[in-house]
Design a protein around this ligand. Structure first.
Ligand SMILES: *[C@@H]1O[C@H](CO)[C@@H](O)[C@H](O)[C@H]1NC(C)=O
Ligand SMILES: *[C@@H]1O[C@H](CO)[C@@H](O)[C@H](O)[C@H]1NC(C)=O
Length: 690
């Protein structure tokens, strides 16, 4: 079955041959610069300002493929859309309708030039957040802007990646020093939310703030949800196969497994379940501020639902039990009364679409949008009195969702639905799992080490600017420590009785629970994450194969900073260095692939599986943002995507290995201490010349 592994690939980022590298031609370079600039700069230069003022969508209606889209958009625009300065969230239907109209307008532009002009016009006339979201989605999905890189989100919008203290510090620098010191760079220190502001019994969750607030992880989640936006149908996305539902389910499963292991490393139990009628455990106390100055709503711990949320709760409960019924029953009926079997590869995707409640849901009237509803129930909202007076909470924005501890309770629930589905399928047989004649004797793994490194992130865009000259006059960076690991490698000793091609999968999972009790595969298959997936040629006899963690197809390095990106672009424009780019622009951050270790070593388990590669069963496809997929029919999660009979599972082509992950602590101590000293919170350093 193609099923689950596609999603894995996708979610994790890159697939086996997704490393295709291109060299940009002149045309690509010009587009790249224009599109990057338009998101990167908050202000217009003179040329763009003229364009923004003079462009008229209605007069250029012939430049759009679907004219109905244009006239409908213009009607909305003339009636009035979300005003500038207001806050936007895709979770509200009215705003979703507006952003859809804008996205469609972008998407229907017949050529690049029309799209670009439309975008410039929209940036001037429409709400900033709505423009920015529709614009990014359009660049990700238009065929003529494929593989274009946009600036890192955390640079463009520091508000959603750093706390209000940092934003304040940045603003103070402008107040204090103005543009007097044009040559200088400024440095501020970025905190993760400190534990001291929490209730003591809940503090435990906030041990993970360095993980939940990691800028790379938050960007990754945003991009994962941008691959198939809720409001866009698959049909408008030009894919070879429907995979969005699988990606939704498997993406969240993977994220939850990874999170579970980070909890283990911090001596925390798995997250607790919630009951619809009981107080909801975790609070949200992070102090974040929206670009218009309004604070994010907070949620008290052990909160009971306010009465205006009863209606969402009632509906979410109802929809959840309908979906459970669907999973156990096995068939979904469309509005036309036609049944679809969900226990097929295509049916798996249908189920994912139903749970997400996206545009492709097979019966959206009956199954609604569980994903949206459940966020509404637990998100810390204030009731809006007017359709435009919303104050989005962390769960209302994909870019801040995983900062809220509620996120993990909610998705544990959703992943439970996925698990229920998997449990309803039969375990694989020994015959399916085995690879006769091939034996995996041993795998030697280098010492695995995690540590906290330190990075300086440009946060200048938290400021407001008079014009382009003003905007170019500052360089302020935030220094933050974050989890990372040293590269390591695996050495495989494989014996084969034939020359053959094989696929090797590497998984990481838990070894002991927090009470020191052994966890076996039977009870933990769901908790494993895939680390790598690759093709090898085996010869008769002994084979020694070495694979480095840096070669993993699932991860991507950190995004280039705008500084580095512009330098690269500049060189290419001058012709001194070619501009190379890959097809997988986004993916899971390499830095975070290993859970944090401990100084004395934190036990985990690696699971390896060598299977025969049948070249006729290869699936090749391409996904937005994450690039090409190349895999066998089994799926990347195979064989740990189904329940396991532990007494009849291990075959000679498998290998289980206990490993320790070590944590080297120096950086953490140094930086933490610094960060906790308020007096040095804001510190001006001399030019950093990096
Ligand atoms: C054009 O857009 C309208 C409104 O979104 C839609 O109903 C219609 O089917 C589209 N026409 C074509 C030819 O795609
Ligand atoms: C759709 O995808 C196919 C195959 O990748 C490509 O040839 C075609 O140009 C695409 N069409 C559009 C409208 O993007």
């Amino acid at each position: 079955m193609i099923k689950e592994f596609v999603a894995l690939l996708v979610v994790a980022g890159i697939a086996a041959n997704a490393m295709s590298v291109h060299t940009a031609n002149k045309d690509f370079l010009v587009k790249q610069k224009k599109l990057y600039d338009l998101l990167y700069f908050k202000t217009f230069d003179n040329e763009l300002l003229e364009l923004a003022k003079s462009y008229d969508v209605g007069k250029n209606i012939d430049s759009y493929e679907n004219k109905t889209v244009v006239t409908e958009f213009l009607k909305r625009f003339q009636f009035g859309m979300l005003p500038k300065g207001k806050l936007y969230s895709t979770q509200y239907m009215k705003m979703r309708d507006e952003v859809t109209a804008l996205y469609n307008l972008f998407y229907e532009a017949k050529d690049f030039d029309t799209f670009y002009k439309t975008a410039i016009w929209a940036k001037m006339h429409l709400n900033e957040m709505m423009f920015s979201y529709a614009y990014q989605i359009a660049v990700f999905h238009r065929p003529d802007t494929k593989y274009i890189t946009l600036p890192p989100l955390y640079e463009v919008n520091p508000f959603y990646f750093f706390d209000s203290q940092l934003i304040n510090d940045v603003k103070n620098i402008k107040m204090k020093y103005g543009t007097a010191k044009l040559e200088k760079n400024y440095l501020v220190f970025a905190n993760y939310t400190p534990m001291c502001s929490m209730d003591t019994y809940l503090e435990s969750d906030h041990k993970l703030n360095y993980f939940m607030e990691d800028i790379g992880l938050n960007s990754y989640y945003y991009h994962m949800r941008a691959m198939f936006p809720l409001f866009v149908s698959d049909k408008n996305l030009n894919y070879t196969r429907d995979v969005r539902g699988e990606i939704y389910l498997y993406g969240h499963k993977l994220l939850m497994s990874r999170y579970y292991m980070e909890r283990l490393s911090n001596d925390l139990e798995d997250v607790e379940d919630f009951d619809w009628t009981m107080p909801f455990v975790p609070g949200f106390y992070k102090e974040m501020v929206h670009p218009n100055g309004v604070m994010f709503p907070q949620r008290e711990s052990y909160q009971t639902l306010p009465s205006y949320k009863y209606k969402y709760m009632k509906e979410a409960r109802e929809v959840e039990s309908r979906i459970m019924e669907l999973i156990d029953f096995g068939y979904v009926y469309g509005l036309d009364g036609k049944p679809v079997d969900i226990y097929t590869p295509a049916g798996y995707n249908v189920l994912g679409n139903i749970i997400e409640g996206n545009k492709d849901s097979y019966n959206g009237r009956y199954y609604k949008n569980l994903d949206v509803l459940i966020r509404k129930v637990f998100g810390a909202t204030r009731m809006a009195n007017h359709k435009y007076d919303i104050v989005p909470n962390a769960l209302d924005l994909y870019v801040t969702s995983i900062r809220d501890p509620a996120f993990y309770r909610i998705y544990k629930r959703i992943v439970n639905l996925y698990q229920r589905y998997m449990v309803n399928m039969k375990p694989y047989t020994r015959e399916q799992l085995n690879f006769p004649g091939v034996k995996l004797n041993d795998v030697v793994v280098d010492k695995m080490v995690t540590y906290f490194d330190q990075v300086d992130i440009p946060v200048t865009k938290a400021l407001s600017f008079k014009d382009r000259i003003d905007e170019m006059s500052y360089s302020i960076k935030a220094r933050q420590y974050r989890l990372n690991h040293k590269p390591f490698s695996y050495t495989f000793d494989i014996e084969s009785d034939k020359d053959t091609t094989a696929l090797i999968r590497i998984f990481l999972g838990p070894a002991f629970d927090i009470h020191g009790k052994r966890i076996n595969l039977e009870s933990s298959w769901m908790k494993y994450i895939i680390l790598d997936f690759f093709e090898v040629n085996l010869k008769v006899g002994k084979n020694k194969i070495v694979r480095s963690s840096t070669e993993s197809v699932f991860v991507v390095p950190d995004e280039l900073s705008s500084e580095a990106f512009y330098a690269k672009l500049q060189k290419a424009m001058e012709g001194s260095e070619p501009f190379v780019y890959t097809e997988n622009i986004y993916g899971f951050p390499d830095r975070l692939i290993l859970p944090k270790g401990k100084p004395q070593g934190m036990p985990y388990r690696l699971f390896f599986h060598v299977v025969e590669l049948d070249k006729t069963q290869i699936v090749n496809m391409e996904l937005p943002l994450m690039g090409k997929l190349y895999h066998d029919e089994k799926g990347m999660g195979y064989p740990l995507d189904r329940p396991i009979c532990i007494w009849d599972f291990m075959t000679p082509n498998m290998y289980l290995k206990d490993v320790f992950i070590y944590h080297e602590d120096m950086m953490q101590e140094v930086v933490r201490e610094k960060i906790h000293e308020d007096e040095i919170k804001m510190k001006k350093l001399q030019a950093m010349n990096n």
